[in-house]
Write a protein that binds this ligand. Structure first.
Ligand code: S3P
Length: 161
């Protein structure tokens, strides 16, 4: 099972729980990239730039999909790559979503996000206008993480898939 959706929506939290409920392993492409490159994502963005990060991300997704049969969370921008969207076709993909107010609240409190460093509200709108159709295009189901506990989100994923 593969979780896609914007940063801060809860892919890692929900993914870990979902994996535990299924008795499966959990993997996260952001973490794979950090482990392989030995530095945080924000530093990869600063030192090497976003295109380099996206290339690492495509490779991390390709590898994880080939190696990992459990629950997989993809970084929020992974679906920007056509190659990745193509690989996701016919796989059980869930799009986790939330509204703008919730997003700004969650992302603002979380670790620094290079893409939302300046004017987060406006950046978020722009990102989501571009990405929502891409998430929806690869997903079999859309599940909101707003006003629910991670356990309730897992219940719904198991119901709809
Ligand atoms: C990004 C989302 C982040 C991380 C990077 C870029 C994006 O992942 O890959 O900061 O483009 O939306 P999470 O969605 O896991 O936070």
């Amino acid at each position: 099972m593969i979780l896609v959706g914007p940063m801060g929506v809860g892919k890692s939290t929900v993914g870990e729980l979902l994996a535990a409920r299924l008795g499966a392993a959990f993997r996260d492409t952001d973490k794979d990239i950090v482990d392989t490159s030995g530095k945080p994502i924000s530093e990869i963005f600063i030192d090497e730039g976003e295109p380099h990060f996206r290339a690492l991300e495509r490779e991390a997704v390709r590898r994880a999909l080939a190696e990992h049969p459990g629950v997989l969370a993809l970084g929020g921008g992974a679906i920007l790559a056509e190659e990745t969207r193509e690989l996701l076709r016919c796989l059980p993909v869930v799009f986790l979503e939330m509204g703008l107010t919730e997003a700004v609240k969650r992302v603002g409190l979380d670790a620094p996000r290079p893409l939302l460093a300046v004017n987060p509200r406006q950046q978020w709108r722009k990102l989501m206008d571009e990405r929502r159709p891409l998430y929806a295009g690869v997903a079999r189901a859309v599940v909101s993480t707003e006003h629910r506990t991670p356990d309730e989100v897992v219940d719904e994923i198991l119901e709809v898939l």
